[in-house]
Design a protein around this ligand. Sequence first.
Ligand SMILES: [Fe+2]
Length: 434
Amino acid sequence: MKGWGLLLLSLHVISCLVSGVASGHTSSYVRTEFPSTDIPLESEWFAIPKGYNAPQQVHITQGDYDGKAVIVSWVTPEEPGPSEVFYGKKEKQYDQKSEGTTTNYTFYDYKSGYIHHCLVDGLEYNTKYYYKIGSGDSAREFWFETPPAIDPDASYTFGIIGDLGQTFNSLSTLQHYEKTGGQTVLFVGDLSYADRYKHDDGIRWDSWGRLVERSTAYQPWIWNAGNHEIEYRPDLGETSTFKPYLHRYMTPYLASKSSSPMWYAVRRASAHIIVLSSYSPFVKYTPQWWWLKNEFKRVDREKTPWLIVLMHSPMYNSNEAHYMEGESMRAAFEKWFVKYKVDLVFAGHVHAYERSYRISNVNYNITSGNRYPVPDKSAPVYITVGDGGNQEGLASSHKVWWCLRPWFELSSLMTPSRTTLHSGRPVTAIQFYN
Ligand SMILES: [Fe+2]
C-alpha cells in the first residue's frame, strides 16, 4: 500500500514550460503501513534547545493578505521573556524590531509555556530576511524568504501536507519535503494528533512543535484545522473547542475580513488560497458562509489566476474511511466552486490519496433525478492528499461500487501535469513524495 503524504504544486507560466521545467512525477517510496507509533518523547527529534528559557517550537505563517508580512510564533518554557523579533536583510544585522504578544492556556492537568506571536510587517517582496528571538545566550536565529509580488506570471512552489502526526513516518514526510524546494506549505489539517493523549496532550503539542520547527521556522505554513484540533473533551472539563490549536497557531484572518481564525484567505505569488473550516458552522447565513460568499467576489483572476481551496474533510471521497463526511459542505459550497471556477480543492482527513476528474453534482436535488455527479468543465479537481504519517495508519479500503468509479482516478498516480486548469495556466508539476 502506498502512502502519499505530500504533494508539491509548482505554479509556472507557459514560458517556464517551454524552457523545460520537469512535469509531474511520482516517487517510488512505499511507506511502512504499521507499526506507526509516535516517536518517544525523549527522542533527539524532540530535543529542547539549549539555554535557559530558550525559544522553542518556532513557526511562521503569512501575516497579511498579500505576502508582505509574517507572524512569528514561539514558546518559552520557564518565563515569558521578551516577545520581540529582531530582523534584517543581512545575517546577524538585525536593524529592525517588532513587538509581539504572549499568551498561555491550561488543558486538563497541563499548563502551557508562554506562547509568543509577533507580526513582522512592511516587508519587501522576494527578499531573504534573517531574524532573532530570545535573549542573551539563549537567543536563536533563523531566516525566511518573502514571496514574489502578486503577479499572474509569478512562479511559486507549494508543498501540501496533511494528517502529519509525530511518528517516524511523519519525520520521513518532513525530510522528503525538505528536498523538494517547496517554498510554502499548505497544511490541510490534523497537526499533532496530541488529542490521542490524556495527560500528555499539551506535552505532545510541544513535542510536535519542536519536530516540525526544522521547516516551520524557515517558511510559512498556511494552517487549517482538522478534527484532531477540535479537542472538545467534557470528560476532562474542557468544553471549548480548538483550544490548544487556537492558542498556538495564528492565521491572518482579519486581513481577509474574516471574523474567525478558522477560515480565511491569503494571496501569494499567482495564487489566491481560500482556507475553509470543516468543523465550524458553514450552512447558509452562518459567518463562514457569508465570508466565503464575499471572498469569492474579491478573487481577481487577472492578478491571481490560480484559485485554490483547502479544507480538511474531502467533499468527494470514495474511501470507506470518512465516507460522505464532506457531503454537507459539498451541498453548501459546491455551486460556488463551479461558479467561480476553482482550480484545485485540497483535503486531508482520509489517509489515502485520491484525485477526481472534473465533476460536479450541483444539479442534484430530490426531484431532478440526477443522482450522480456529472462531468463539468467548470468544476475543480478534488485531491485528497494522502496520509502525512500519523499513528492511525493508512486508509486502504476504497469502495468498489461501480457507480463511484467513473469520477475518480485511482488507478493512476500520474499527475495532471501539463493540463490547463481554470487559471488558464498549465500545472507543470504536481509531485508526490512521502
Ligand atoms: Fe482528520
